[in-house]
Structures are given as structure tokens and as C-alpha cells.
Ligand binder design. Structure first.
Ligand code: GLA
Length: 410
């Protein structure tokens, strides 16, 4: 995010206004981007391989370190003031955005960091909430602010683990590391292929191996279509699906006479030939979850190759297949999100589309011919709102670009 960008300016103004800071108090600022994930849906919590990148939109934070251990936070997007003391962090409250600052402080303390200074903080999110990992961006921002205020050095990799702990251990969502990794480890202009088990990363530039395809090599535009539907993931079927994947993994290992790892099985523990041999014995819903995982892993590998080749048609097709598998095999789409997905696929110039996040609410991502993005947006608005007119005010269609990882501004 650039110096002087409207969200940063609004965040600094909001901080002064809300907490009555005197003009002499020095204000720190940071930016935590949203992420997109073209392929690799719902495989991170099974320790699979994903693709994604940070985008040039996200959450701007302004904060001022305090001399005591109080934390106060306010936001342009959420109502109410969050207040707590680092010496006695209250338990999570279902659906409350205050879970993220409290969870960030709790995760840092549990990692052995001594936090002696709280912060006053104000945040401004740039796009409507949902499907772009806004929760993770907010969590990462609080971690970075508390670390800066307390002069604590934490590597981006450890911040990924801490940010995941906010969700897994404090909020109660059994998510993987997709969101936090893209927010913290992305390199502007590249697609990150990440192994969620080993942490191995590969940064792939679009068209870096042009000889691999004969077609055109223009990078598709990234578009976000927001359904208007927002609700916290913790109240959806997200955790149930994670549990089903784990059950499928355990049953497959048991069938093959393989040991089930301590701490529970993940689909990553299942060798592909074991899945192929024993999938038919799984109960139907679990068979579908496993089919999604193994299909998605093949699409991730093919997608990274297509990105390197600079082949928008091929990658678009894989993105659309990923979306179809989320609906048919993973069975996670809200009706609105499915309607949006269908509308995007029928729109002019769209190479492929799928749910941007978990699919229970929020947005879809589409890869679009840059010259036809305007027409695509108009088509989708029309088709989607015809079926769901109640979202006429909240629906949105935005273009975004790859962006940098989360960072402090000097
Ligand atoms: C949400 C979760 C991620 C990931 C995606 C689906 O964004 O926070 O960990 O599981 O859904 O791919």
C-alpha cells in the first residue's frame, strides 16, 4: 500500500479522532493485504499444496503504542470499541471482531513473548468483508502491531503459525495456513505455490516458461465478485467438512493397514494409490471429500504449470473445475455463491471462476480477459441480481492486482 493512500489516511484520522490522540503523538501504520487463491480450495487444513497471492487491496492499520498494557481498537468497518488488558485476556466471544486483537495477544503470549505495552489502534478494510481472508488480514495486522509496539522480532513463517493459532486455538475455526501464508509470504507479481505440510514454497511468474504453450501469454485480470452475503466462518459447515476429511483419511489408512499418525490423520497422509484402491469402500460423503482433495492436488500442480506457461485458457479451465468440485464433492457452496459462480462462468471474457474463500459466504474470484472485464462485470451484476435482488445494494464487482505481503510503513 502506498504512502498517502486513502485507507491509510482514514486509519490515521480515525485513530486520532476515536482516541483523542494529541497531534504530537507519533502514529505507526501497517498494511495487511487480502489474498486470492486461484486453485487449492479446502486442502490447506489437510496439509495439501495450494496456490495463491496477496492482492493490492487489504486492511490499513494506524496504531500508537501505549505505556501501559491496555489495548483499545476501533474500526471503520465494525461497530463498537474493543478494550482489554494484556494481563488478563478475556475468552473469545462468538462472532465478535474483538476476537482477533485478543487472539493475537494470546497467541504471542503463548509463544513465550512478554508483552508490556498495549496499543491504541484503528483499522480500515478496503473491500466488503468475505472470502478474501479479511479475518486473517485483521489477525496478522494485530500481531504485527503488538510486535512493533513491544519491539519483538518474529519471522514471517512464525507469524503464519501465530496467525493460524488465533483462528484454531482462540476463535475455534479449524482452518489451515492458506490465508496467513499468502498475506505474509507473497512476493508481488508472482503466484505462490505452497506446500502446507513442509512449508516449501515456489514463486511462479506468469509466462516465465512461454515455450510451454503456443497460445497467447497475456496475464488475465483478477476480478472479485462479492455476493453481499457476510457471516463468520465459525458458524458454517467449515469445521464439519474438516472433520469429514480427517475421517476419510483415517478410514483409508486403516483399510490399507497403515498407521494413523498421532494427533490424527490428514488426507496428505494417504498415498494416492491407497486412495485409488480403497476410495470405493468409504461412505459416500467421505468419498466425495477425498475425491475433492486428490482432484484438487492434481489441479494445483497443473495450474502452477499453466501459470508458468502463461496459458490463461488452461488455468481458467482448472479454476472452473476447482469451483465445480467444491460444489459437487466438497458440497460447500451457499446458494448465492453458486449462483455467482455460474453467472461468472457465463460472462464474456471469463476464463474461469470459483469461490474465493471457503464458499459459505463472501466472494467469488474470476480470471478475466483484461479487455473484457467491464463487460463481464455488467453481465454478472445483471444475472446475479435477477436471481438475488436483495443484494442490489451490497453486491460488488472489483478488479484487483497482485500486491505485496503485509508490511509496516515507515
Ligand atoms: C478459508 C480458510 C482457509 C482455507 C479456505 C478454503 O479461507 O480460512 O484456511 O481453508 O477457506 O480453501
Amino acid at each position: 500500500m502506498r504512502e498517502g493512500s486513502p485507507a491509510l489516511v482514514r486509519a490515521a484520522e480515525g485513530l486520532r479522532r476515536t482516541f483523542g490522540l494529541s497531534p504530537g503523538v507519533s502514529i505507526s501504520r501497517l498494511f495487511a493485504p487480502y489474498r486470492v487463491c486461484p486453485i487449492g480450495a479446502h486442502v490447506d487444513h489437510q496439509d495439501g499444496v495450494v496456490t495463491g497471492m496477496a492482492i493490492d487491496q487489504g486492511v490499513a492499520f494506524a496504531f500508537a503504542p501505549r505505556t501501559d498494557t491496555h489495548v483499545r481498537a476501533a474500526s471503520a468497518n465494525f461497530s463498537g470499541l474493543i478494550e482489554f488488558n494484556l494481563a488478563a485476556i478475556p475468552a473469545a466471544v462468538s462472532g465478535d471482531w474483538g476476537n482477533f486483537p485478543r487472539g493475537a495477544a494470546a497467541a504471542l503470549q503463548r509463544s513465550g513473548r512478554r508483552l508490556t505495552r498495549g496499543v491504541d489502534l484503528y483499522l480500515v478494510g478496503e473491500l466488503p468483508v468475505g472470502g478474501l481472508s479479511s479475518s486473517a488480514a485483521v489477525g496478522v495486522g494485530y500481531l504485527l502491531a503488538l510486535e512493533a509496539a513491544n519491539d519483538v522480532q518474529v519471522s514471517p513463517e512464525e507469524n503464519v503459525r501465530l496467525a493460524r493459532a488465533i483462528e484454531n486455538e482462540y476463535v475455534g475455526l479449524n482452518s489451515g495456513v492458506l490465508d496467513q501464508s499468502m498475506i505474509l509470504l507473497s512476493r508481488e507479481g508472482t503466484l505462490l505455490e505452497l506446500d502446507c505440510r513442509t512449508g516449501a514454497r515456489r514463486y511462479v511468474s506468469f509466462g516465465e516458461r512461454p515455450e510451454a504453450t503456443s497460445g497467447e501469454h497475456t496475464m488475465p485480470a483478477i476480478a472479485i465478485a462479492y455476493s453481499g452475503l457476510s457471516n463468520a466462518l465459525v458458524g458454517t459447515g467449515y469445521n464439519q467438512r474438516v472433520a469429514e476429511c480427517r475421517d476419510a483419511a483415517r478410514l483409508l489408512l486403516e483399510r490399507a493397514g497403515l498407521p494413523v499418525p498421532d494427533g490424527g490423520a490428514r488426507l496428505r497422509d494417504v498415498p494416492p494409490h491407497v486412495y485409488e484402491t480403497h476410495a470405493a469402500a468409504l461412505p459416500k460423503p467421505l468419498r466425495r471429500r477425498a475425491a475433492h482433495y486428490f482432484g484438487e492436488q492434481a489441479r494445483v500442480a497443473a495450474g502452477a504449470r499453466a501459470w508458468a506457461a502463461g496459458d490463461p485458457t488452461c488455468i481458467g479451465q482448472l479454476v472452473a473445475e476447482s469451483g465445480r468440485s467444491s460444489i459437487d464433492n466438497y458440497e460447500c457452496g451457499a446458494l448465492e455463491l453458486i449462483a455467482l459462480y455460474e453467472a461468472l462462468l457465463a460472462a464474456p471474457g471469463v476464463y474461469g471462476a470459483r469461490f474465493s474463500g471457503a464458499g459459505f459466504r463472501g466472494s467469488c474470484i474470476a480470471l478475466v480477459d483484461p479487455d473484457r472485464a467491464g463487460d463481464a462485470g455488467a453481465h454478472v451484476r445483471d444475472a446475479y441480481l435477477r436471481a438475488h435482488p436483495q443484494y442490489a445494494v451490497t453486491f460488488g464487482f472489483f478488479r484487483c492486482a497482485p500486491g505485496p505481503a503485509a508490511h509496516l510503513l515507515s
